[in-house]
Design a protein around this ligand. Sequence first.
Ligand code: ADE
Ligand code: ZN
Length: 349
Amino acid sequence: MNAPLTDRKATNFEVDFLRRMPKVELHVHLEGAISPSTIRTMAARNNVTLPVSEGELENFFKFRDFDHFLEAYYAATSTMLTLEDWRLMIDQFMADRREQNIVYSEVFVSASHHLQRYDHDEWIRVLSESIGEGEERYGVRIRLIPDISREVPETSRPVLDFVTKAWENGVALGIGLGGPEQGFPPELFTDVFAEAKQAGMHVVAHAGETEGAASVRGAWNGLGAERIGHGLRVLEDPDLTHDMAAARVPFEVNPTSNYCIGVVSQDSPHPIRGMIDSGLVVTVNSDDPALFGNSLAQEFQLLIEQGFELEELWKLNLDAIGASFLNETEKETLTQQFCVFHTENSGGR
Ligand code: ADE
Ligand code: ZN
């Protein structure tokens, strides 16, 4: 990926600091975080034929546009067929979190595409056990946000029923909305989101990624989304931007994803700077790291190369704790841990 760069390069100190700093991630899709080798393993054992041969995979993952990206994402998803696959994926995902020093993650699962395969109680049991084992083994925490894929709105209710059980069990934080914005506006999902909120679940939505500010407005006002996934096109509406800044609604920004899918031109700096300058609360995320070949530390590094200072990035890292769905005590404990790292590692630049 040729992200537009200034002359600024991250120093060795900065690269090392970003890799080692404890991090929180709020926008990452489990299915988009599974390595190509594990995808191939699951495809082989489940007799799934991937739409491209091994040699062509590299080109397949150079996305022309959002629809092409989604085709690859669902090809990967189509290999995940058994409860054993979920055990494997969660183990590998949490091992990778450890490797990246991402101590807490809120993780999307495209529930619309898996629900019909399993008994829901069984699936929740496996998810819960796997997450518990991962916490023991790797010392990192994750919680799930199963989401509705917009292109199959008829799955909204079954997803809500599943999420309700997973939320009662403590595996899920609430419900999300993903998939293609075009042709599937937030208004299609108002009732289900209202019910989820009424029951006390968290609600979040992708919006303003490929569609404009009206989509962000719909997600915020219509669905009551507590955080917006991507959301960069909010800037097209200064009044909405002002209102969302005043309400301190967090935006989950994914710079590499936006460049890879083509929603931000390779020739321009990422609008995250404009979002911050407009007073919006912003967090940095990797979205689908296995598909985009990125890590969370590399997202921060990309921003250094676009003129951000390390201390600004550290602040965004702390803002992710604030924007998370952890309770206040957990947020405080994590903030203190992070600050110990900062104090011990900020010298010697
Ligand atoms: N599912 C996985 N990644 C996504 C993205 N960037 N936008 C919408 N849905 C997604
Ligand atoms: Zn996403």
